[in-house]
Design a protein around this ligand. Structure first.
Ligand code: B12
Ligand code: SF4
Length: 678
């Protein structure tokens, strides 16, 4: 059906707007299903949704300006399916009360979230609510084809309103239409992209931020669009090639206000290519001034292309402005792949120089790497990842499987050629095979992709990266390692999707999967959680070891160890190290071989039964003891296990873990300046 037809069709809803005095606008960011049909939801998320914040900001602005009417009381709810259950029935009931109306907006729906969004939409439509859907799936799918995709048409037929494009200039009109029961089936704003200059900035609600691991983390898109032409990318076909930027003044007041009201001091500027925002220099300068003039120590991360480091002053100003990390679209180190993906701006021979430039400015690098380009084979990917590790030195990497995302040229070409694409959109999340690759047997592509993750985040490579990281970035990188390993190794998914502690709602399962009886579900969850606990302990011990082997030592500690060694040599080895330490203890001077200056450490110093002096630079000895004890236990030589040693090692282990946890939670750089006086 032609999109134009919809422009003239209007719908009537059962609710009478004249009677309406209370309007509730429910903004929902849908999640996606896992392979077992459970909604991917976590106790704590990692990244709040920028689209949700964006729509919330726009709606609050309309409310402030009373655009929908002076007498109307408006309530805005923001719900994120990835971190909370959507109370569908409760929302439906609220719409039934007299003089009330509820509008549901499913926001920022990506292709992999479309099936979940459609299921939520169906339930709300069955309850008689007006439902709208927008985001990259509908915008992308409708941007490259004249016909409407069947899954979108199905929603339209159900009475769901589809919004194609960005709505900074039109959200008010849509809501007025909703209020007057005259919503169109399709709104198309693709040809009139909004000017973002003075538009409301994504807004933050504290109660929402609390659902994430760090509530000091905010998102803002300073601009939209990208001048390049990568064939796998949807952005250019939805947000366009011309970069539209927000005004620096608007950004400044929002950042200042967010800091004052919500304590936000770290941002993810979500622009796909920050370097191509014409205002980058002004934004960096503004951030630097906020630090220098107002003492607002705000840091941020950005996404850039591989050429950004060549822009005069870009790297230098980024550092001065507070940039701690760049996410770089490297995609491949095979030039043939880059050519096939229409990404000639990426020059493999410059990668090393580029990574070096960012590192010299003390900005951590994080590269995006796609697996499954035409010239990839299982062997070539393995070789490329090894080269990535050995030659290029990027500190973090995110791997993705090439996916024909609706809205990309890759998808359009495959459609035209009638090539196979997985019909289940839920799998278009960049960690599922969605097409057939001639160089990989079924399943082999995914296995190769997983191998890349495991190889890059192997203990040895992480140790190498952390040992060479600058102190300013040490904790950021280590925390990301934990997050990444948890997502890939424990959850079996992707860091961009997974948060902390997976929840599985028994009743909220994908249609087609059976709802388990309570007991069966309880047993499944018990096993899940038990397995999770084991894996988490193993992960934390691995990370603790990594920390012990790579942690940054304070000047005071280095000096002390040096002095101890010198003193030892001077007295011609008459005293052993332990005796020397004892002498120090007798004179009541604490000898911190391992120094973590926290209150917790100080508290534990008195409880450590003299163990502090034994803390080593590795868990190897403790590990050896536990392995031996386990062996004796298994061979039923229980009486060969000395109980006092078990207690002692247990205490050492717990103490070490607490020290590590305290250091991690503080996530503060143990820079010489910080700890010198201690
Ligand atoms: C930031 C970001 C993320 C963050 C999300 C967290 C965050 N802080 O927001 C992270 C890094 C976690 C992430 C992860 C993923 N992302 Co992402 N992400 C983005 C990015 C770069 C910016 C999103 C954004 O804030 N845009 C600005 C907002 C305001 O734009 P918008 O969402 O389009 O919304 C506007 C309109 O569409 C419209 N609108 C949207 N919804 C609705 C609803 C209604 C009712 C109405 C009226 C209007 C409306 O109004 C908005 C304002 O104008 C986009 C690319 C982009 N430029 O948008 C990719 C993008 C959305 N991500 C994408 C993908 C594929 C993913 C991943 C699957 C992994 C991956 N390959 O990167 C995961 C999925 C995880 C998840 N659960 O979301 C794709 C989606 C393509 C598609 N067809 O599905 C995009 C487009 C990038 C790409 N690779 O092409 N992502
Ligand atoms: S550089 Fe990034 S945002 Fe720009 S077209 Fe390529 S993939 Fe898309």
């Amino acid at each position: 059906m032609n999109a134009g037809v919809f422009e003239v069709v209007t719908r009537q809803s059962s609710t009478n707007h004249i009677a309406c005095r209370h309007l509730t606008i429910v903004l929902i960011k849908p999640s996606k299903y896992d392979d077992e049909g459970y909604v991917i939801r976590h106790l704590r998320g990692v990244l709040p949704s920028n689209t949700l914040a964006c729509l919330f900001g726009l709606t609050e602005d309309l409310n402030r300006r009373k655009i929908l009417g002076n007498d109307l009381k408006i309530k805005i709810k923001i719900l994120d399916d990835t971190v909370q259950k959507i109370p569908v029935d409760k929302i439906i009931r609220s719409n039934k009360r007299p003089r009330r109306k509820t509008i549901v907006a499913l926001v920022g729906v990506q292709s992999n979230q479309f099936p979940r969004a459609a299921d939520i939409a169906r339930r709300f439509r069955a309850g008689g609510l007006q439902v709208l859907i927008g985001g990259f799936h509908v915008s992308g799918s409708l941007s490259l084809f004249p016909d409407i995709m069947p899954e979108i048409q199905e929603l339209i037929d159900l009475g769901v309103t589809v919004v194609k494009g960005e709505v900074e200039e039109t959200w008010g009109d849509i809501l007025v239409d909703a209020l007057h029961d005259r919503l169109k089936p399709l709104y198309d704003f693709m040809d009139c992209k909004p000017d973002l200059f003075d538009k409301p900035i994504p807004a933050i609600r504290r109660s929402y931020l609390r659902r994430f691991m760090t509530s000091n983390f905010g998102t803002i898109d300073c601009g939209r669009g990208c001048p390049y032409n990568c064939s796998f990318c949807t952005i250019i076909n939805v947000q366009g090639h011309k970069v539209r930027a927000r005004s620096v003044e608007t950004l400044k007041s929002a950042i200042r206000e967010n800091h004052r009201r919500h304590g936000i001091d770290y941002y993810f500027f979500t622009d796909d290519n920050f370097a191509r925002n014409d205002c980058w220099r002004e934004i960096f300068k503004m951030m630097a001034r906020l630090r220098a003039d107002e003492g607002l120590f705000i840091r941020f991360m950005i996404q850039v292309d591989t050429q950004a480091y060549k822009i005069t002053d870009f790297v230098e100003l980024a550092f001065r402005a507070g940039c701690t990390q760049v996410f770089i679209g490297m995609e491949s180190i095979n030039p043939k792949n880059l050519k096939a993906a229409c990404k000639p701006q990426n020059k493999v021979q410059e990668y090393s120089e580029m990574i070096g430039a960012w590192h010299r400015a003390k900005i951590a690098t994080h590269i995006a790497y796609i697996i499954g380009f035409p010239f990839d084979t299982p062997e070539s990917v393995e070789e490329d990842v090894n080269r990535l590790k050995k030659e290029l030195g990027a500190q973090q990497a995110s791997f993705f499987m090439l996916t024909p995302l609706p809205g990309s040229l890759d998808h359009a070409h495959m459609m035209h050629k009638g090539k196979y694409m997985d019909p289940d959109l839920n799998r278009y999340d960049s960690f599922h095979e969605t097409t057939r690759h001639p160089n990989f047997a079924p399943g082999e592509w995914y296995a190769t992709y997983r191998k890349a993750w495991l190889s890059f985040y192997s203990f040895e490579h992480m140790r190498h990266l952390l040992a060479n990281a600058c102190p300013e970035n040490y904790w950021n990188i280590l925390r990301n390692f934990i997050w990444y390993k948890n997502s890939v190794q424990i959850e079996g998914g992707h860091p961009m999707v997974h948060g902390l502690f997976r929840l599985k709602d028994r009743t909220d399962r994908r249609p087609g999967f059976t709802i388990e009886p309570r007991l069966a579900h309880f047993v499944r969850r018990f096993r899940d959680v038990r397995g999770l606990a084991r894996k988490w302990i193993a992960l934390m011990l691995e990370m603790e070891e990594l920390w012990l082997q790579t942690r940054i030592r304070s000047k005071a500690e280095i000096r002390l160890i040096f002095e101890l060694k010198r003193a030892r040599e001077e007295i011609n080895c008459n005293l052993r190290m332990a005796e020397l330490q004892l002498a120090y203890y007798r004179t009541k001077i604490h000898v911190p071989e391992l120094h973590v200056p926290t209150k917790l450490t100080l508290a534990f110093r008195d409880l450590n039964f003299g163990l502090a002096k034994r803390i080593t630079y590795s868990r190897a000895e403790i590990q050896k003891f536990w392995a031996g004890t386990w062996r004796k236990w298994r061979h039923k030589k229980i009486f060969h296990i000395p109980p006092h040693k078990v207690i002692m090692y247990l205490l050492r282990d717990v103490q070490l873990f607490l020290l590590f946890a305290a250091a991690l939670l503080r996530a503060q750089v143990e820079s010489p300046e910080n700890t010198a006086e201690l």
